[in-house]
Ligand binder design. Structure first.
Ligand code: MN
Length: 271
């Protein structure tokens, strides 16, 4: 074991797959997630771990959480607006209440503990909601003056389609990790977006129309969310690779702190 660098365990949440015309069978439902998130995590040295949506078994969810060094919250369906105190509009998309409850709980625990969280698309929205922020349920209807952001594959757009630039906040962790120009092109597969920022969060990337495209908590805990899908570019773009690497480095630091703390507790108990 000595000489092998420690690889942090990164929990990735999943999404409920409901039956489509009875295939797969309606019961039991399945928990699924796009392979790209697992591969991107692995490429930078993380050990990805799938998290079941045990929203009605918090003791077990907590046991899973405590074995993780970081959380990656992937893209997915819309967050239930009732989670941020609003009624559901007709334009709000599909929901996954189990996923909402699990992700909101996990991210809350992680923020309390300073455990790194990397939120991608929906993941950014979850971080924002945990900290009391709100979302636009449908940008096209509620903010029609903004540019198009919903370049969905279901409408024929490639996931790597570079839809619009974002301007980075130069002093942010995000800009430091992307280590490149102040303005970068990103893909855009979202119809929702940040309405009001959660407590303590700062906007670290902004689209030309003013929409917040990335957020972070200042300070050491790596709590970063981006509205785009960087996992699409992690193989080809060294800046994006470096961003994922920064997340894994933060998870490694967290694991080292946790291990040295438990060693201290162990030696204290010996006396
Ligand atoms: Mn966008």
């Amino acid at each position: 074991m000595s000489g092998t660098p420690y690889r942090p365990t990164i929990g990735l949440t999943t999404q409920t797959l409901h039956s489509i015309d009875g295939i797969p069978p309606a019961l039991p439902e399945s928990w699924v997630m796009n392979q790209r998130y697992f591969l991107a995590t692995t490429m930078v040295g993380g050990v990805p771990w799938m998290i079941p949506l045990f929203d009605d078994d918090l003791p077990t969810l907590r046991q899973i959480y405590e074995r993780l060094d970081g959380l990656l919250i992937p893209g997915g369906v819309d967050v239930d607006p009732r989670q941020y105190g609003e009624a559901i509009l007709p334009e709000c998309g599909n929901l996954d209440p189990s996923r909402d409850r699990v992700e909101l709980q996990l991210v809350k625990w992680a923020i309390e503990d300073g455990k790194p969280v990397f939120g991608l698309c929906r993941g950014l929205q979850i971080i924002n909601v945990v900290l009391g922020g709100t979302l636009w349920q449908d940008l096209a209807v509620q903010r029609p003056e903004l540019a198009k952001h919903d370049y969905f594959p279901t409408a024929g757009y490639a996931r790597q389609h570079l839809a619009h630039p974002v301007t980075l906040e130069p002093t942010s962790k995000l800009a430091t990790l992307l280590d490149g120009p102040q303005t970068v092109m990103v893909n855009s597969m979202h119809h929702q977006g940040i309405k009001s920022l959660g407590e303590g969060l700062i906007a670290t990337a902004t689209a030309p129309d003013g929409l917040v495209e990335a957020i972070e908590l200042p300070g050491e805990p790596f709590i970063i969310g981006v509205q785009w899908h960087p996992e699409v570019f992690e193989m080809t773009d060294p800046h994006t690779r470096h961003l994922f690497g920064g997340f894994i480095a933060a998870a490694t630091r967290f694991a080292e702190r946790a291990r040295s703390a438990s060693t201290l507790v162990g030696s204290a108990q010996e006396h």
